[in-house]
Ligand binder design. Sequence first.
Ligand code: C5P
Length: 214
Amino acid sequence: KKKINIAIDGPAAAGKSTISRRIAERMDYIYIDTGAMYRAVTLHVIRHGRQVLDDLDDLDIRFGTGGTTLYLNGEDVSEDIRTLEVTSNVSEVSSVPEVRRYLVSMQQKIAEDKGVVMDGRDIGTTVLPEAELKIFMKASPEIRARRRLKEEEARGVEIDLETLTTQIIRRDDLDMNREISPLSKAHDAVLLDTSHMGITEVEDKIIKMASDLL
Ligand code: C5P
C-alpha cells in the first residue's frame, strides 16, 4: 500500500498539532510534533545549563504511541515542555545550529519509511523537501491567541489574551527571522488560511488532498 509524507508548517498556535494528530489518526500514520522536540531540548537547557548543547548525542528524545507523550531521557516531560518558561526560551534555543542539525537528522530518519504527518516550521523547506503533500497553515495573531487562550484555560493555566498575543507575535518574529531554516512557506506548499475555518473543515480538506495522491 502506497504511503506518503505530509508536512504541516505555520506560525505558533495556528492549530497545526491538533489537525496533524487527527489526520495521522484517520490515515493510520505516525504523528511527529517537531515543536515538542525543540521544547524538550529547551527544558534540558533550563534544567542543566547550556553546556548540554555540546553533547546532544547523549540526549534521548522519544515519543509514546499516538505522539502526544514525550520522553526525555526516559522521563515523561509532556507537561513540563508546555510551561511559560519553556515557551519563552524555545525560539532562542532552536536558533542554535547544532540543535537544528541534531533534531533535523532525527526527524528525517523517522520519516524515512513514509506514512508520517510532521508538523513544525521548516518541515516543507528543510526537513522533508520531498514530502508529497505540504501545507502551510496561517491565521491572524488575534484568532490564534484566542484559540490558544481556550486551550490554556482547559489546562487550568491562568493567562490573559493580551499576554498570549504578545507572546505569539514575539515567537513568530524570532522564528521568521532566524539565520537557519526560518519559518517560511515552501514554494510548493498549499496555503491554508484557517482564520474562518473549523477544525473538521481543515482536516477534511487535507485528507482529501492526501487521498488524491494515494
Ligand atoms: O510548535 P511549537 O509552538 O510547540 O514549537 C515551539 C518552538 O520550536 C517554535 O516557536 C520554534 O522556535 C521551534 N521550532 C522550530 N522548528 C520546528 C518546530 C518548532 O524551530 N520544526
